[in-house]
Design a protein around this ligand. Sequence first.
Ligand code: B12
Length: 447
Amino acid sequence: MAKVLFLELDQENEWAVASIGPAFIAAYLRQHGHEVSLLRVPLKMSAAQVAGRIRAEGVDVLGVSLTSRQWLRARELMPAVRRMVDVPVIAGGLHPTFASDVVLDTPGIDCVCLGEGEQAMLTFVEAVERQELPPRGIQNIRVRGDPMPTLRPPFEPIDALPFMARDMLDERFGVVHIATQRGCPYPCTYCAARQFSDLYQGSYSSFGRRRSHENVLDELSHLRRHGELNYIIFLDDTFTIHHAWVKAFCESYAERFHIPFSIHARAETVNENLISQMSNAGCRHIVYGVESGSERVRRDILDRRVSNERLRTVFRWTHEAGILATANYMIGIPGETKEDLERTLALHEELDPDDFGYFVFYPYPGTRLFHLCKERGYLPDNYYDLPANHRTTILTLPNLSAEDIEAYYRGFTEVMIRHRLKKLPSKADSMSRKAIIDQIERFAAQG
Ligand code: B12
């Protein structure tokens, strides 16, 4: 039996829920007899404190899950931890998968896991137990100085995975997170999730898999039996891919649960009927990626073939079904102009979403837009040294300056302030108005 500790590295934001990859891996390792825990590392926690916990727990393997946003914190923290305590460290997740060279150049990170991690991590932990250090020749795992590893097939059947280890997530008030699928079939050029599927292409027919209805519903029943279950957030990139799955799921769900839930969808993948069925089953919130109000940008740059007309209709259907709609937008996409951004602001007015998010574009490693930015010289040479936040651009773009992007980001913040103030009762005092403005400004400053 090995003791495994996962670190969750907070950056500027403390995300309400920790990474879900480790929660899946922890459940799998525990099923195989290992002990797993999580240490959330807030900004104020020092390397010495992290090392102290590792020593106190007698940790055998340290795991770190990294998005690009968490990367700079890992690069600073892991070498410092290594100077104090010598435990094998493995990094996994989106960033190590697509930037393995630079992650492996970091002292204190010994290996990276590319792609899916459950079986790879188990094999790794078992090799460490046998004192094979560094463990070589494990599928999906790359050791410093070694070439790219081969990949094991995606885990099948996906229903055989144990339910996520909930103690690895910061869930509160009975709000739970569920993933029903792995992989996304859409070709969006900006999305890192999409690249996971491409990584496996060539070796295996498909990375895409979806759990059975029964398996998902059993997990929810299990959660209800063992704690509070008040709201369900389906984390799937696109919940509405297969209508037959969604319809049958909604029917079975409504028979067993009366609990509101939220999903992520693409406007291309829903129709009025589906929206109404989801609403009847309890769907109360849909997050749509709108990204841009310019059809040219969506079609030619982002590979999103959906018309503005369709978006308007889908938002109307959503409102009419009594479901809250959130729209997400990007600012500063390569090839975008000020006119395109004006179209985004104009479309936003028309869609009239209940809430919205606005993010300065960041080119995630591995994505098609990342490669385009590199080829065209939009990326600075030191891009891995720069923060992956969504409030300032790291790019030098031909049609938009960094100042333009900043001005539009500011513009969206003002739209957000107006949007929130409009919702306040007319009697609201100036203190409440100020509190709202302060909160939005704080959020905008964190990106
Ligand atoms: C749910 C989700 C969230 C949740 C939870 C985050 C999380 N890290 O799990 C919340 C809401 C907090 C969130 C926030 C954000 N997210 Co998000 N999110 C997702 C989403 C939709 C699903 C993640 C998921 O379900 N994963 C399922 C699990 C099973 O897969 P996994 O995490 O990849 O883990 C597997 C492997 O990677 C590997 N693995 C992972 N970690 C480790 C560690 C070790 C040691 C090993 C061995 C293996 C291993 O094994 C796991 C199991 O097989 C993804 C899209 C996607 N499909 O990945 C985006 C995604 C991860 N998010 C993304 C982004 C950009 C963000 C935000 C910056 C959004 C924003 N604008 O503010 C923030 C930043 C969060 C942060 N901490 O950095 C990007 C990340 C791109 C990148 N290269 O970093 C993604 C890929 C979407 C995209 N646009 O491309 N997000």
